[in-house]
Design a binder for this molecule. Structure first.
Ligand SMILES: NC(=O)c1ccc[n+]([C@@H]2O[C@H](COP(=O)([O-])OP(=O)(O)OC[C@H]3O[C@@H](n4cnc5c(N)ncnc54)[C@H](OP(=O)(O)O)[C@@H]3O)[C@@H](O)[C@H]2O)c1
Length: 318
């Protein structure tokens, strides 16, 4: 697995992160450990988690994903080979949705404990908080960095103008600000004004902002929960539009030509985009993950990338 530069930092991270949202809840400990092992055996180092994973699954309170990672790292003695991300800001249990200093600080302590580490490599504001001044938010992340409790800060589910404002306020103080942005993103474009609730889509203007300012882009839910494999009718409703029909056709043509799944092709497309976008990849079995990881062995031609970047299907070629 290759590495790419993280924002304007001197650090390089894996170009495919492992999404661990359901580890320790829907995905039991044994399978979670196999997925983690599989990922590191393929050279991956970037594990993506959050404080609230997966509190919305009946019978779970949140913190399960971090706790599984902590336990696994302790058993494998490999903390120093890994790059860990976690997140704060959404509500779960009795924790309100907020980026107030006291919430960030206390949630960071809880995450450190569950992860059994003394530093979170990448700590995300999981969602924006319009009620807490951005100066205060950036100052809290900066303090955690100075204390060595986090290494880098990232934004997730932010609007581009708020991200720009946060980073310009940080810059005025001589701080690094948010080095990356993690948004909902896949090959298919959601319909205009599609509403994903608290989730924010990576828009073309965000891509432009991030590209110009060296903010690394990361994509969550790249595989639409596996829906690409089941054809147009099974896509989430916000993705059932004209453009998706032709993009799916192109995707399937290229997948057949390369003899891999559509998931592998779309992940390869994302990684090979310029600038590269880091997908948070996951699966509920090692078999799924191994199918998705075929993306790592694929080099899409310039022509194939162009076809995937536009809406028009070219029949009979691939
Ligand atoms: N920042 C945020 O707000 C945010 C939000 C959501 C997620 N995330 C991060 O992004 C990661 C990925 O999110 P996601 O789970 O929504 O991603 P996704 O790519 O949309 O869906 C992953 C799911 O697709 C199915 N799948 C994967 N590979 C498959 C294959 N080869 N064949 C058939 N089905 C396959 C599996 O579902 P089944 O279990 O049904 O088989 C798997 O759990 C999370 O773990 C988390 O780290 C971040």
């Amino acid at each position: 697995m290759d590495k790419i530069k993280l924002g304007n930092t001197d650090y390089r991270i894996s170009n495919m992160g492992l999404g661990t949202m359901y580890f320790g809840s829907k995905v039991d400990e044994k399978v979670s450990f196999s997925l983690l092992d599989f990922y590191v055996e393929h050279g991956g180092t970037f594990l993506d988690s959050a404080n609230k994973y997966a509190s919305w699954i009946p019978g779970y309170d949140g913190g399960e994903s971090e706790a599984i990672i902590g336990k696994w790292m302790q058993m494998r003695q490999n903390r120093h080979d890994l790059f860990l991300s976690s997140k704060v800001g959404f509500a779960y249990g009795d924790v309100p949705r907020s980026l107030k200093k006291e919430i960030i600080v206390s949630e960071c302590e809880k995450s450190l404990k569950r992860l059994k580490t003394d530093c979170i490599d990448l700590y995300f504001a999981h969602a924006d908080d319009m009620e807490t001044p951005l100066e205060d938010v950036m100052s809290t992340f900066q303090t955690l960095k100075q204390q060595g409790k986090i290494r880098f800060a990232g934004a997730s589910n932010f609007n581009s103008w708020r991200l720009a404002e946060a980073n310009s306020k940080a810059k005025q103080q001589g701080w690094e600000g948010f080095c990356c942005l993690q948004q909902r993103h896949t090959l298919l474009e959601p319909s205009l004004r599609a509403n994903f609730g608290t989730q924010q889509v990576l828009t073309p203007e965000m891509e432009q902002y991030c590209g110009i300012n060296n903010v690394t882009m990361m994509a969550y839910s790249p595989l639409l929960g596996g829906a690409y494999l089941n054809g147009f009718q099974q896509l989430p409703i916000h993705y059932q539009n004209k453009s998706s029909e032709s993009k799916l056709l192109v995707l399937n043509q290229i997948a057949n030509y390369q003899n891999v799944s559509v998931n592998a092709i779309l992940l390869a497309w994302m990684i090979q985009s310029k600038p590269g976008i880091i997908p948070m990849v996951t699966g509920s079995t090692v078999l799924q993950l191994s199918e998705n990881f075929k993306a790592l062995g694929i080099t899409l031609s310039v022509e194939q990338m162009e076809m995937l970047n536009k809406d028009v299907a070219v029949p009979n070629k691939y």
